[in-house]
Design a protein. Structure first.
Length: 47
């Protein structure tokens, strides 16, 4: 194989998508908290 890009571990492509999905999850969690009036922990039964 002459392809030298890493398939596992830290790569720019994986880290970009990880950051995007983390931001999306944060916004969804914040929106759910605003709509229900409950914190995230109380929604899953921990608070």
């Amino acid at each position: 194989m002459s392809d030298t890009t890493p398939r596992f571990g830290f790569s720019a492509f994986a880290e970009t998508w990880n950051g995007r999905l983390a931001m999306l999850g944060f916004v969804i969690g914040l929106g759910t908290e605003l709509l229900t009036g409950q914190g995230i922990l109380s929604q899953i039964g921990l608070g």
